[in-house]
Design a protein around this ligand. Sequence first.
Ligand code: ATP
Ligand code: MG
Length: 666
Amino acid sequence: MTDSQSTSPSLENLLHETRAFPPSPEFAAQANAQPSMYDEAAADRVEFWARQARELVTWKTPFTETLDWSGAPVARWFADGTLNAAYNAVDRHVEAGLGDRVAIHFEGEPGDTRTVTYADLQREVSRAANALAALGVESGDRVVIYLPMLVESVVAMLACARLGAAHSVVFGGFSADALRSRISDAGAKLVITADGGYRRGAPSALKPAVDEALAPKDGAEATTVEHVLVVRRTRQDVAWTEGRDVWWHDAVEAADTFHEPAWVDAEHPLFILYTSGTTGKPKGILHTTGGYLTQTAFTHKNVFDLKAESDVYWCTADIGWVTGHSYIVYGPLLNGATQVIYEGTPDTPHRGRWWEIVQKYGVSIFYTAPTAIRACMKWGEEIPAEFDLSSLRVLGSVGEPINPEAWMWYRRVIGSDRTPIVDTWWQTETGAIMISPLPGVTAAKPGSAQVPLPGIAATVVDDEANPVPDGGGGYLVLAEPWPSMLRGIWGDLQRFKDTYWSRFPGVYFAGDGAKKDDDGDIWLLGRVDDVMNVSGHRLSTTEIESALVSNELVAEAAVVGAADDVSGQAVVAFVILRGGHADEASTDEGSARIEKTLRDHVAKEIGPIAKPKRILVVAELPKTRSGKIMRRLLRDVAENREVGDATTLADSSVMGLIQAGLSGSS
Ligand code: ATP
Ligand code: MG
């Protein structure tokens, strides 16, 4: 074993998943994606992207130069072209005679609805751009957007883009402190917020966090914010700072409906977005215009097989994270799609709300995260069974590795054993999808993102940067620049270089572990930071979690390596039991039985080395606002340390609950 270790891949491949689902001939016959795309891109990658940029984006001044990599690692794509993102997302569709097409079916949590056509959107965005300009926003400025999921959120982002001002959307669920640090880091001139939004059946205030974030603070510099624009949603009472605060409806409704877009260079900043903060301090990821729009439009069209005339698309993400930027705002609108935007939570007022929305609007393409799928599994398949889901034809997943069992459930229960599933790997930094099956082309494997998209050079390397052979494991890297790649970390070029370009010089280090199966398909294995070393074996959290979730007792699992005298690190598993089994864990006898069952199960699925040393039954897991498990906090618990920075947690009480539950049980 030690022998093979020095020459062998950096991660040991454990879980064996062999199911595969080839596309149906009917689907393949009508698919946007074609196998020939891979050949075209392989023949000339740069020219492939130039063609996409010409076909999918409308340029004011056409570009003549495709890629300039001389300033690596900061790429320049289509640099001498000029364009406007909002014009591409909205106006050009109206000019093409599609003004009456629905752009957004808005569904508020309380049940209020609003239908917005592309012509409506053009008027709203133009007015908002005029209103922002009247408040002093100019090309090159930064605007922080702190809003719930509303039509105005999309309008606000596009209004910034129309002016050439970079937006920086901050999750509505973040605290005043998190908001303040992002406002300061970005140097924002304006904040756009709302009185509140509806969450879990009640109005939830937002404006107080903005007031607190902007309040003078001892020892801290005043922020650069001049105005706060406030959308009225819940009609809650709000504190008002005269001269600073302005109602959205006053400013926007009074503004002119004509606005000439600012024609900007392809490399003009479009937005800054702070990463989810799953692993540490969030980074202000900078994206620019031309390359980002090209790749979001290309991927949205081909990975989801979008037919703009007939599909109804729904991505359940929040606009506060990158999925909302690329696959609610820019990708779908660039492609002229009709989409659903839903304000609230999946279980308000009942656990079938999402499926009710699918039925109501005839949603045909549905994009969500594994955490949501696992929650639905926990609630039971009788719930979706009450609704007509026959309109669905493509399902997508993003955010974390999807456990094979969750994938199978998604396909069988939501997709009637019929729909392709696209497991899309990408990051805030990559801007758009990078690795994914193509529906109609790829035979899908549950739990694997599989293939780099045409024009994308993703591979898996070992510690010495050598590509691993099929069957090997190591680190996911991107070997060539891509159009929607980040152009840096806002204000910190050195951190950009250190974080992504120093581990393997010249290639982009994604920070995720991955393996290649015998067919050369890529499987994501979780973050490199989370890899465990147990008695010299390097084990991935993802595979042990997938093994646990494949047991009928378990709804969700998080695995960490905790320091151990004997084995270096020991596997510690935190599990949430499926409904019905939760009571069993309340007695010592019951929990001992559950622990044994699960240990044996992992030994059988993977091998004895992966058996968790401790299994802790919990009611909740710590997650970021975007639904990702924060394993580093669980590692703190497993090692009896004080829990580290938890400011990006969705629910700050979760860590307290976990600790209280565990101290009570031991
Ligand atoms: P931070 O970088 O601040 O720690 P984060 O990485 O969670 O936060 P995001 O950019 O939102 O922020 O998430 C990207 C990460 O999510 C990827 O690096 C990967 O770990 C995970 N991920 C996303 N999609 C997939 C997928 N389909 N399969 C496996 N992992 C995925
Ligand atoms: Mg990350």
